[in-house]
Design a binder for this molecule. Structure first.
Ligand code: SIN
Ligand code: CO
Length: 384
């Protein structure tokens, strides 16, 4: 199976964006020919035993009582053969084949993606009908599941069958299908959906991130404060005589708003803020800091061995802003670029493994060598 080849059928990514993205749910049958799970159920269970990996088991009994247990788990035997689902967050940070499931979705920028959540469900397992605030693509892996997806509906009631489980009341599905390996679902935000497993099945959910306005404002304010860049005070040397002493006039209000917006208009600062903010991971990563720092000479030594691969840590978020300034952002950190480092930075941002000869082609330039040793020493890339 070549995961890069998503069979869009009559659609194209352009048509998908214009007609479905954030608008309508979609099911593409057999989007991935011969799809194979990127991780086995046993490996997934192993991840759910790790304390730093977020996992939960949602189960329902014959009386319709829902239970949510949070990982790390030691033993799964008490859950039996049916009626439960194990959900593990950010599996792409621990499983490179799972990270590779993102490649068909590169027509949407990496910063917009949050993680790949993987669920293993037994017969009748599911999390119940619910809404998500984010877009999601769900690839059906092994097994079959019945998926129902509805349109946004303000009359749906929010249900809380367990303090950690938000569901919605019954909805009218617009898609009601049994999904099989390689089928792809797209669910826009706030569309009710419910997936009930027909048999043991695995689902891969590519979840997106969409920062809220309050998250952006609050993080922007934190960055201003951290950099002591908001200490300038309002001034009004052109003040005209006030008609009353108690009004905040429209003019004053506008002046204050303009004073605040000046901060957003500092382009270089805004680029740093937005690049760092959007590439911050929300889940633990397996950062691999070398025991001893790698300097330029050590890198050249390493490159004298032929069959080495330079690998990015799985699940990294990376981006480049190439407007007023050129900057590479990895995991919320920034690396200033110039013309000579831009091409290497593009390789790093794409996170494709680099061979020795590819790396060698960059090391004629000291700035490239420094960028490489920098990302290696931070543990974002490692030598395999
Ligand atoms: C699941 O994989 O069981 C849940 C995915 C979802 O509905 O968001
Ligand atoms: Co959902």
């Amino acid at each position: 199976m070549n995961i890069e080849s998503l069979n869009w059928g009559d659609l194209t990514p352009e048509i998908f964006l214009a007609q479905y993205w954030q608008k309508k749910p979609l099911l593409i049958k057999n989007a991935f020919a011969n799809f194979q799970d990127s991780i086995t159920a046993d490996e997934l269970a192993g991840l759910a035993m790790e304390a730093e990996i977020e996992s939960r088991i949602v189960s329902v009994n014959g009386e319709g009582d829902w239970q949510v247990d949070h990982g790390p788990f030691e033993d799964f035997s008490k859950y039996g053969e049916s009626d439960w689902t194990l959900l593990v967050q950010a599996v792409n940070n621990w499983s490179r084949p799972t990270h590779d499931l993102l490649s068909p979705f590169a027509f949407i920028p990496n910063w917009r993606i949050d993680d790949v959540m993987v669920s293993f469900s037994t017969q009748n397992g599911g999390v119940g009908a619910h809404l998500d605030q984010y877009d999601v693509f769900i690839i059906q892996g092994s097994g079959k599941r019945r998926w129902q997806i509805g349109a946004p509906d303000g009359s749906l009631k929010t249900l809380l069958p367990h303090p950690d489980l938000k569901q919605v009341s019954n909805f009218q599905p617009v898609i009601d299908e049994i999904t099989e390996a390689g089928d792809l679902l797209y669910i826009p935000p706030n569309h009710p959906h419910n997936g009930v497993s027909i048999e043991n099945s695995v689902n891969f959910s590519i979840g997106f991130q969409a920062p809220s306005s309050q998250e952006l404002w609050s993080n922007f304010a934190d960055k201003l404060i951290d950099n002591n860049l908001g200490e300038q005070r309002f001034s009004d040397p052109e003040r005209a005589l006030s008609q009353t002493s108690f009004n905040i006039t429209q003019h004053d209000k506008q002046q204050l708003k303009a004073f605040m917006l000046q901060q957003l208009d500092q382009e270089a600062f805004y680029e740093q803020f937005i690049g760092q903010y959007l590439t911050q991971g929300h889940h633990a990563l397996e950062i691999l800091v070398p025991v001893n720092d790698i300097d330029e000479n050590k890198l050249l030594d390493i490159l004298s061995e032929p069959d080495i691969l330079f690998m990015p840590v799985s699940g990294l978020k990376a981006a480049i802003i190439n407007d007023n300034h050129s900057t590479l952002f990895i995991n919320g950190e920034s690396f200033a670029l110039d013309k000579s480092t831009l091409v290497l930075a593009q390789h790093l941002a794409q996170q494709k493994p680099l061979t020795t000869s590819e790396v060698k082609s960059f090391t004629d330039c000291l700035k490239n060598t420094q960028l490489l040793t920098n990302v290696l020493n931070k543990g974002y890339w490692y030598i395999d």
